[in-house]
Write a protein that binds this ligand. Structure first.
Ligand code: FES
Length: 101
């Protein structure tokens, strides 16, 4: 199970929604961290077998963390800082690069 380290410096709380569920995060966290910290066990499924995938490298290399953010698909959750009111959907299968299916 993933668990973040507690820090001494207080950071503002951010609220976002993931698949319609309200998730709390801390200002400055990446979206991948917020998702893992909230107990979400995968961010996308593969196009061929539909098997679940979760953030792995957390530095923009593996592309296992792709999600849809505010209607835009193929967003690397590990490379995006959380924002107030962000709407996140887990990504299923292949998505085209232009956001139109
Ligand atoms: S976790 Fe590897 S690219 Fe995001």
């Amino acid at each position: 199970m993933f668990r973040t380290l507690q820090t001494e410096s207080p950071r503002r709380s951010i609220t976002l929604t993931v698949e319609g569920r309200t998730v709390e995060a801390r200002e400055g966290d990446t979206l991948a961290l917020a998702l893992l910290d909230s107990g979400i066990d995968h961010t996308r499924t593969t196009p061929v077998s539909g098997s679940p995938r979760a953030p792995l490298c957390l530095m923009g290399v593996c592309f296992e963390c792709l999600v849809e953010v505010d209607g835009q698909p193929n967003i690397q959750a590990c490379m995006l800082e959380v924002g107030e009111g962000m709407r996140v959907r887990l990504q299923s299968g292949a998505r085209c690069a232009g956001g139109v299916e």
